[in-house]
Each structure stands twice: as structure tokens, then as C-alpha cells.
Ligand binder design. Structure first.
Ligand SMILES: [Mg+2]
Length: 243
């Protein structure tokens, strides 16, 4: 009996010793390292043509075939070089970069492959690329962003995006939101969700004209108190994409 007890105790001690030398499963925090998030459409990719050409699945203008869109960035989307350079700069300083898009994740691996090809480092779904689709309030029918959840789960410090929703998500998650100035062609194509709606009549939900928009850009601050990242200061200029 004593021999059995001794054997069991030895076994437990060996297990304990193994546990104490096992690697820490939690990721190590690196002092000074930032985790920086980026939206995809109109932030790292100018994808207007991809969306315009995408098949529609119903008469609802928002009901486009995202499975098609996610596999056609290589043909129809243009990488926004100033943001690609910013990402390269951040990575060169040892910071981590993540992408969070509201696109549905069908064929999401194709988006990851495209971003990897364009940016020159591995982008993988669930590792540094996340599909965080909007949800609908069952009572009001209003759609709302869910990006704040992903921002919080990843522990990001800064989030770059072009849309009002991106700034709301950053604010709700408690991180710094930075507004990437939208290409003028995208303002024309998708004026909603950008400073309210820059092209609509003056209403409570869309109080800003193009003139007041220019004031925001010149002062470097947006309506949610966000910082402006000025890659398209002149709304008539598209040089940033063509260079
Ligand atoms: Mg966007």
C-alpha cells in the first residue's frame, strides 16, 4: 500500500514539475508595442469599382454579393498607398497591425491573400483579419456596427477608418479613432455614413455641407472628436491613388 502511495505521489510531483516548465499560454505583452487596427474599404482598399460591378442578390441596393466582392479585389480594388506606407512604418517600429471589415466573411480567405500580396506580409483570417458584420436592432430595424467588439477583444490602441461607424466603434471600444479621408469618388458614390451624409439636404442627421467638411479637414478633427488622417486634403485631387 505504501509503495502505491509513493508511486502516486511521485507521479503527481512529476506532473507538477512538467506544469511549472510548460510555456505560458498567454501572449506576452511587449512594452511600448501598439496594436493598430484598420478598416478595409476606403481605408486600405479603394474598392468602389469592385462594389459597383458586384452582382446584386435582390432589389435592395445594399444586398450585394459579398462572396463575389471578396474574390475580386485583385481585379477591381486599388491599394491606397499612403495607408500602405503608414502600415509599413508601424510594422517597422515593431507595432502590430490588424484589419477589421464590416464585409461578410464569405470567401474571406481571398481578401487575406490579396492584402498579403499587396502589403508584403502574411494576412490571415482570424489572426490579423476579422469580418465584423453589422447587426440589426430587432425593435427599430436600425443597423449598427459590431467592430467595437473586435477592437476590444483584440485590445487595440488605435483604429483607422473612413466611416462614421468606424469612429463610433472606436469611441465605444475606448480607443483613439483616426478618420482616413475618403476619396472624393467614394464620397460621390457612398455619401451616407460619412459626416452624416455629405451630399444630402441639411437635416439633423446630416448637418454638414462640403464647405463645413473642408473646415473639419483643415482643422484636423472630425465630428466625433476624431483625428483626421489627411491623404485627400483637396477633394478634387485623386493624385494619391494614381501616383
Ligand atoms: Mg470603410
Amino acid at each position: 500500500m505504501k509503495y502505491l502511495q509513493f508511486t502516486a505521489l511521485s507521479f503527481i510531483l512529476v506532473l507538477s514539475a512538467c506544469q511549472s516548465t510548460a510555456p505560458d499560454p498567454l501572449p506576452k505583452k511587449i512594452v511600448g508595442q501598439l496594436k493598430v487596427g484598420f478598416d478595409v474599404d476606403d481605408t486600405i482598399l479603394f474598392s468602389r469599382e469592385n462594389f459597383i460591378l458586384a452582382p446584386h442578390l435582390s432589389d435592395d441596393p445594399d444586398h450585394v454579393d459579398y462572396g463575389w466582392i471578396n474574390t475580386h479585389d485583385s481585379l477591381y480594388s486599388v491599394t491606397i498607398q499612403p495607408i500602405a506606407e503608414l502600415i509599413g512604418f508601424l510594422r517597422s517600429q515593431g507595432h502590430e497591425v490588424y484589419f477589421i471589415t464590416a464585409r461578410p466573411g464569405v470567401n474571406g480567405d481571398a481578401v487575406a491573400r490579396h492584402l498579403s500580396h499587396e502589403l508584403g506580409f502574411p494576412v490571415t483570417v482570424g489572426d490579423n483579419l476579422f469580418f465584423s458584420t453589422k447587426e440589426k436592432d430587432p425593435l427599430t430595424g436600425n443597423k449598427y456596427t459590431t467592430k467595437h467588439r473586435t477592437i476590444s477583444q483584440l485590445g487595440l490602441h488605435i483604429f483607422f477608418g473612413d466611416a462614421d461607424n468606424d469612429m463610433v466603434a472606436a469611441a465605444v471600444a475606448g480607443v483613439r479613432g483616426v478618420r482616413v479621408v475618403r476619396d472624393p469618388r467614394s464620397i460621390e458614390a457612398y455619401s451616407k455614413n460619412y459626416f452624416g451624409d455629405l451630399l444630402s439636404e441639411h437635416t439633423d442627421s446630416s448637418p454638414y455641407s462640403m464647405e463645413t467638411y473642408q473646415k473639419f479637414l483643415s482643422m484636423g478633427v472630425g465630428p466625433y472628436g476624431e483625428t483626421i488622417y489627411p491623404i485627400y486634403l483637396n477633394p478634387d485631387s485623386t493624385r494619391a491613388l494614381s501616383e
